[in-house]
Design a protein around this ligand. Structure first.
Ligand code: DP6
Length: 391
């Protein structure tokens, strides 16, 4: 059967990629570091099928057919074909691709990263491509190269003008820091106004501060972050994560016209986390924001019940909503102590500022699904009726 199905994870950067030195090859202006999230809670699933019966290449994303006329997609397919280890006859067969996310697309939840990582993993298996493939995912979407590995991952910017050394490498596997937990606070899951690609281009063209970030800050910060991860030093990891997120959004604001991704609720979350950390004079929770308003929080497993009780107190959910408000790993319900609430300098918000919460952990890289029932295309190469809710 010329059909392969894979799943791939999203990743969240703790040292952000913001800016390209080559827009076509997607070569970044700095190294970045990310955490790969568990596919049980957030992932993309892709099926690719090649057949001599197909008349044209076709692709479906989340149930609707997409144009194949997309330069990034075409770059990926061209690079995959160059490295294919299959007969010339099969290389000429047309492809059908069907992909689904179990989370909102383009809401600042790294959907393009999981999407391209999954597409490249799936077609690389179909075409029997061997060796390093993170550079193939990179030409689809920069951050996608980091989703090709599990655990904590570093994307090296490289120096080759053709990008052969701009690849991702794992720093440590999932098993290194098993009690690290992630909370994604979904504030808004509608599509963002300025894409990351447009935003970072505008930043490089107009911001003075980005130069300082690239030349003076990041070369030291990236190594400090790698060391904090290797040492499992949560407080250093957390402080570096928050400062890097703030700096990325500062250069976005220094962009002209400015790119504004965080909203009022995002800033309230930042404020709550600093107020909460101040109560124990210890950093227990860190935040980071990508090109959207949603917050990704890092904390240790032992601190999850207390922090979530504080979050529930200050950001109450709407009662009787018919969606699952807390998704992912179950969270023990406790009430925050009166003493703790008295120490937190924060005002209770109106209900419904957070749409839902996903509680997850660090996870592994992409994987192939061997069960033929997992294919998203039927034997005619058309999407099967069901929509996945879980990968
Ligand atoms: C803010 O990888 O989406 O999430 O390479 O243009 O596809 P393109 O951009 P993309 O940018 C991600 C930017 C970020 C930070 C990060 O993930 O490092």
């Amino acid at each position: 059967m010329n059909v392969v199905t894979c799943i791939a994870p999203i990743n969240i950067a703790v040292i952000k990629y913001w800016g390209k030195r080559d827009d076509d090859l997607i070569l970044p202006v700095n190294d970045s570091i990310s955490t790969t999230l568990d596919k049980d809670h957030l992932c993309t699933k892709t099926t690719a099928m090649a057949s001599s019966d197909f008349k044209e290449d076709r692709m479906w994303l989340n149930g609707s057919e997409q144009s194949m006329d997309n330069p990034r997609l075409q770059n990926c397919l061209r690079e995959l074909k160059k490295r294919a280890q299959i007969s010339e006859e099969m290389q000429n067969w047309k492809l059908h691709i069907c992909s689904e996310n179990n989370f909102p697309t383009a809401a600042g939840l790294a959907s393009s990263a999981a999407g391209y990582a999954c597409l490249v993993t799936t077609i690389a298996k179909l075409y029997k491509v061997e060796g390093e493939v993170s550079e193939l995912a990179r030409v689809g979407s920069g951050s996608a190269c980091r989703s090709m590995y599990g655990g904590f991952v570093r994307w090296f910017m490289g120096s080759d003008p053709k990008g052969s050394d701009s690849i991702a490498k794992p720093i440590v596997p999932v098993s290194h820091w098993p009690d690290m937990r992630i909370l994604i606070l979904v504030i808004n899951d509608s599509q963002k106004k300025v894409s990351s690609a447009q935003g970072m281009k505008r930043t490089l063209m107009t911001s003075e501060l980005i130069k300082y970030r690239i030349d003076k800050i990041l070369p030291t910060k990236i190594n400090q972050m790698q060391q904090a991860i290797l040492n499992k030093d949560f407080e250093s990891f957390a402080e570096l994560t928050m400062k890097d997120s703030n700096q990325m959004h500062a250069v976005c604001l220094d962009t002209y016209p400015p790119c504004i991704y965080m909203n009022d609720t995002s800033h309230l979350i930042v404020d709550l986390i600093h107020s909460y950390n101040a109560t124990s004079s210890k950093i227990k929770v860190a935040y980071t924001f990508d090109a959207g308003p949603n917050a990704t929080l890092f904390l240790l497993e032992k601190d999850v019940p207390e922090f979530v009780s504080v979050l529930d107190h200050y950001f109450p959910s709407i009662e009787n909503i018919n969606i699952e408000y807390k998704k992912g790993i179950a969270i023990e319900t406790i009430l925050p102590s009166k003493n703790l609430l008295e120490k937190i300098n924060f005002t209770k918000q109106t209900a419904g500022k957070l749409k839902y919460i996903i509680h997850t952990r660090i996870g592994n890289g992409p994987e192939q699904l061997s069960d033929c029932k997992s294919h998203l295309l039927n034997s005619q190469g058309l999407p099967v009726a069901s929509l996945i809710t879980n990968c």
